[in-house]
Design a protein around this ligand. Structure first.
Ligand code: ADP
Ligand code: MG
Length: 447
């Protein structure tokens, strides 16, 4: 192993770029040695559209009529969405904090080296790598003199930006000594990413965090004059790092925990409406003609719509065929998606054909088809489990943002940094903890 690689691994371990593997052995998180290069114009596009996407999603997350109309057909066969809609129908539209990550893949523009970002999805709940992406930026800053990055590293301070937003919201809640509740899974491979947030919040602002599963919240939580209290401690902000998947609700007690949170005045990050607004069905509905303009100015709508690729109902006509027949004819040009978050749920290639031929008419409404984004392949050095490999890769950029809505208006709406995941070009999905994708940074090439 070269000195450079050894140093990168040691830096990663020293600075908490860690995870548990699937057997719960401690290891460094997968990292990419060479930052991902983009043009200034691409970075500007990502930065200027971030607040627009946030404004859109906050408005959609409060639009009961729109969410119900779009998601009720899905809820007929998808119990998880049905249950969330039920909670949403009883939930007050209280204040909520949105910590989002909007993911993009780059496409070739056909001219020079300019890359055009295309939206993969807007993640509205449990966005990970807030701590680890900041640490990977520090890793690259440390190594920068020896890196093959012919541009300027883009500063990434997501951890502080997000923690500052959390502290501001907890202060706004105005209950002295109130804490943050982090809703977590019982076993978490990515725990260090969560601990990084918890420790910075305590260190910088003296704010305590309680980590509980939904079941534990049901058992130990109570409403106290409308506030959420856990073991008699007041909770100003409830931050979901679990609760995005049906696997987090394997008992009725877990649903009771969720309902208790939703009945209280705690600031939710995110609200159930925002969680629903992040559904893939909603992404597809927003891409239909004229829908963005219901929430945004024409100029804003045009700006963000340039990042959309084709998004379809299965039975929607595309030219003289249905989207689903088109996907059966050329499955390599599509991704088939159910209403799930967290990776590993989508269908590609021949699996699309099998699924499309087996779904019944009701089940078809719970899926969408998305045009497959063809992203340029580069060469990168990946380090996974102390093993180094130089290989063909593709990179995905996530833009983090924090947006706080109180009873009256949007109080802040900020860009809070980025995540880059670089994966082998032959991998469809990019889960860092499943070992597929490597954490990376951005550098800007001035040309
Ligand atoms: P999840 O909610 O499971 O994260 P995503 O829609 O983000 O679902 O898809 C997971 C991964 O699959 C993405 O991070 C991306 O790497 C890949 N992917 C998703 N949609 C597309 C697409 N339209 N074209 C190419 N790759 C895609
Ligand atoms: Mg995703």
């Amino acid at each position: 192993m070269s000195d450079r690689i050894r140093e990168a691994i040691d830096f990663a371990i020293t600075n908490g770029i860690l995870k548990y593997d699937s057997q719960f052995n401690l290891t460094h998180a997968p990292i990419c040695l060479s930052p991902f290069g983009i043009n200034r114009e691409t970075l500007d596009y990502l930065e200027t559209t971030t607040p627009i996407f946030n404004e859109l999603m906050v408005k959609v997350g409060e639009d009961r009529d729109f969410l119900n109309a779009q998601l009720e057909p899905v809820a007929k066969t998808d119990d998880f969405i049905r249950r969330l809609l039920q909670i949403f129908s009883g939930a007050e539209l209280f204040h909520h904090l949105q910590i989002s990550r909007n993911d993009f893949l780059m496409t070739d523009s056909g001219q020079s080296s300019l890359k055009v970002p295309k939206q993969v999805e807007f993640n509205a709940i449990s966005n990970s790598f807030i701590f680890l992406s900041s640490q990977v930026y520090m890793l690259h800053r440390h190594l920068v003199k020896r890196l093959t990055c012919d541009g300027k590293l883009v500063v990434n301070n997501t951890l502080d930006e997000v923690v500052d937003a959390m502290a501001e919201v907890i202060d706004y809640y105005g209950y002295p000594g109130a804490r943050m509740l982090m809703v977590v899974q019982d076993k978490e491979q990515n725990i260090f990413d969560q601990r990084g947030i918890e420790y910075r919040l305590l260190d910088k602002f003296g704010i305590q965090t309680m980590r509980l599963t939904l079941e534990e919240i049901a058992e130990r939580g109570k409403l106290k004059e409308g506030h959420l209290a856990i073991d008699n401690k007041m909770i100003a902000l409830t931050y979901f790092r679990a609760g995005y998947s049906p696997n987090d609700y394997t008992s009725e007690a877990a649903w009771q925990g969720r309902e208790l949170i939703e009945q209280s005045t705690t600031v939710r990050c995110p609200s159930v409406g925002m969680q629903l607004a992040g559904a893939k069905k909603i992404q597809q509905s927003l891409a239909k003609n004229g829908v963005l303009e219901l929430y945004l100015s024409r100029e804003q709508a045009q700006k963000i719509a340039t990042s959309f690729v084709g998004l379809y109902d299965l039975d929607e006509p595309v030219g003289d065929m249905s989207a689903s027949d088109l996907a059966i004819q050329s499955p390599g040009d599509f991704v088939l998606k159910p209403q799930r978050e967290g990776g590993g749920n989508n269908f590609y290639d021949q699996d699309i054909v099998k699924m499309l031929e087996s779904l019944n008419p009701e089940e078809r409404k719970a899926y969408i088809l998305m045009e497959r984004i063809k992203t340029p392949v580069e060469n990168s050095v990946l380090i996974v489990d102390q093993v180094t490999e130089e290989t063909h890769t593709v990179s995905e950029i996530g833009k983090y943002a924090a947006c706080f809505r109180d009873m009256k208006s949007i109080r802040f709406n900020r860009d809070t940094g980025y995540l880059v995941r670089t994966k082998a070009a032959d991998q469809n999905e990019g889960g860092v903890c499943a070992g597929y994708a490597c954490l990376n940074s951005l550098c800007v090439k001035e040309d």
